[in-house]
Design a binder for this molecule. Structure first.
Ligand code: PEP
Length: 250
């Protein structure tokens, strides 16, 4: 299985012209990194056109969010069917910034199940807002995982990608240590197996939170993760190239 790196552009850049420029640079980076699967998550407004114009096979696309309803009166929403129709394969579910805007654990469970039913791959984001000496963050993540996988048929559990992103590391100066990530990865796998059975062992786990060229390789080597979810460092072509270079033949 290839290492996967997701470029989360969030609500950037401000113009489609800049988005096209960033995508052109990302294409070159992807062409030079054949052992890494790169997934670009652009703003919804840019996604369809970028995807439609892309003839290569080195980059896949992800929507940053989706509604779980099939259609109807959901002003501002983007449906899973619309994402599929744009030939996009992945969808982020439960990103910390969506949760901060009101998305609940229950919502994420509906979205993960609906994404699988629609034939999309959910990238299910979990992570505690703070850490405590008594280990409450494990319970927090456990609740998120239980809710997210609650309606996932056991046979499909291994299709879900779990992106562990401690909220305190997102947008911060420092990533979590690979050793702590390793501990959390074991915990995540154990919890998914409890909910979904043995197929949970096959769930692919990613790390996100201040990932960049200084910490990416260590995280992949020692963190027990198969890839990274990258925010800021993916929105600058120079930084993204440096990160991918740092991964070498990961
Ligand atoms: C993110 O957007 O999920 C993220 C991890 O952001 P950053 O890499 O900027 O911390």
């Amino acid at each position: 299985m290839k290492t996967i790196v997701i470029a989360n552009w969030k609500m950037n850049p401000a113009t489609f012209r800049e988005a096209r420029k960033l995508f052109e640079a990302t294409k070159k980076i992807a062409d030079s990194a054949k052992s890494i699967a790169i997934v670009v998550a652009p703003p919804a407004l840019y996604m369809r056109e970028l995807r439609g114009a892309y003839m290569g096979a080195r980059i896949s696309f992800a929507a940053q969010n989706a509604c779980f309803e099939l259609g109807g009166a959901h002003t501002g929403g983007v449906s899973l069917a619309q994402i599929k129709d744009a030939r996009v394969q992945y969808v982020l579910v439960g990103h910390a910034e969506r949760r901060a805007a009101g998305e609940t654990n229950e919502d994420t469970g509906k979205k993960v199940a609906a994404a699988l039913a629609a034939g999309l791959v959910p990238i299910f984001c979990v992570g505690e807002t703070k850490r405590s000496g008594s280990g409450e963050h494990f319970l927090f993540v456990k609740d998120q995982l239980r809710a997210g996988f609650a309606s996932v048929p056991p046979a499909k559990a291994s299709r879900v990608i779990v992106a562990y992103e401690p909220v305190w590391a997102i947008g911060s100066d420092a990533a979590m240590s690979p050793r702590d990530m390793h501990e959390m990865a074991i915990f995540i796998r154990k919890t998914v197996v409890e909910v979904c059975g043995e197929s949970g062992h096959k769930v692919q786990i990613l790390y996100g939170g201040a990932a960049d060229e200084t910490n990416a390789a260590d995280m992949l080597r020692d963190g027990d993760v198969r890839g990274l979810l990258v925010g800021r460092a993916s929105q600058d072509a120079g930084r993204f190239a440096a990160l991918i270079r740092a991964l070498g033949d990961a």
